[in-house]
Ligand binder design. Structure first.
Ligand code: PBG
Length: 325
């Protein structure tokens, strides 16, 4: 019999030490950004029903939460505010005493070195739930920009270390950059939600942030999941306008886009492992259908492998615990 010729790939897989030596992608606690829902209402800590293990926390109950995050070695959080009052122009988003601003001050006083990122959008603050102001049932791009600028400046003034605009209006990066610079915040970076799809994976977040649109949907400003080249154009605009970091959102169904952006741009790429991606795994794990730890580490590793430098994830505390074990 003639001898068969083939490569022996299994040589490098035979023990866990070998596998450790040749592993190409490593997760680190430094990669993680933990999203936090802050309530303006006092004295509360509520579990979000569709996101087991994720809480909305009042400003006066934040201390314990922040101490836990810091003790796990997590370096950064992103804040989503749940205000007591909403109106048609999202006034609370740019109130210097609004929920995000007050929470930022509180957190910076407890943990000055924790990097506090502020999500900059109007949808949690508008009574209609859209990310901008409405004229004739349409979200008015140019009328929204000045309000986003006011929100970003107010967040920076409260001490936010990073401004993270998620509203998908055109021109938001240049408008906010200009506004921050004029107000003296030249050192505050912009982490742009450069590529954000109109996704069904945001459902649980809208429960947690009380931000579901009250009519229509977000398809006139968020992107069509079918489009790839459009993501390149979106990212290109944000890079030209001065974005410091680029987010791809959601993460898991968009790994191809993450890889594209990593190959095209030198800015750090951030994956947003969104609420629906969290809830699907949680539900299956609670039924005993999947091994939660293994499946979470596998999927977060896949995001890094696809080019993400940082990962925003509701699993951040669990991952930090597992990595510390
Ligand atoms: C909108 C915003 C959304 C999320 C964060 N900010 C999406 C939306 O409601 O359109 C979703 C995050 C998640 O699902 O985890 N400003």
């Amino acid at each position: 019999m003639t001898e068969l010729q083939f490569d022996r790939h299994r040589r490098l897989r035979q023990t866990s030490a070998f596998r450790d030596l040749v592993r190409e992608t490593h997760l680190h606690t430094d990669d993680l950004i933990y999203p936090l829902f802050v309530l303006e209402e006092e004295g509360k800590k509520h579990e979000v029903p569709s996101m087991p293990g994720v809480y909305q926390v009042s400003i006066d109950r934040l201390d314990e939460e922040i101490e836990e995050i810091v003790s796990l070695g997590i370096k950064s959080i992103i804040l989503f505010g749940v205000p007591n009052h909403k109106d048609d122009v999202g006034t609370e988003a740019y109130n210097d005493e609004g929920v995000v601003q007050m929470a930022t001050k509180r957190i910076k006083s407890i943990a000055p070195h924790l990097v506090v990122m502020a999500d900059t959008c109007l949808c949690q603050f508008t009574d209609h739930g859209h990310c901008g102001v409405i004229h004739d049932e349409y979200v008015d791009n140019d009328a929204t920009l000045p309000l986003l600028v006011k929100a970003a400046v107010s967040q920076a003034k409260a001490g936010a270390d990073v401004i993270a605009p998620s509203n998908m209006m055109d021109g938001f990066v240049t408008a906010i950059r200009h506004g921050l610079d004029e107000a003296g915040y030249t050192n505050v970076p912009i982490m742009s939600y450069a590529v954000k799809y109109a996704s069904a994976f945001y459902g649980p977040f809208r429960d947690a942030a009380h931000s579901a649109p009250q009519f229509g949907d977000r398809k006139t400003y968020q992107m069509d999941p079918a489009n790839r080249l459009e993501a390149h154009r979106e990212a290109q605009s944000d890079v030209e306008q001065g974005a410091d970091l680029l987010i791809v959102k959601p993460a898991l169904s968009y790994l191809d886009i993450m890889r594209d952006l990593k190959d095209r741009y030198d800015q750090p790429i951030v994956a947003y492992n969104v609420s629906g991606e969290y809830s699907l795994i949680k539900a299956a794990a609670q039924n005993g259908w999947v091994n939660e730890q293994e499946i979470v580490l596998e999927k977060i590793t896949s995001m890094k492998r696809a080019g993400a430098d940082l990962i925003m994830t509701y699993f951040a505390k669990d991952i930090a615990r597992w990595l510390n074990e």
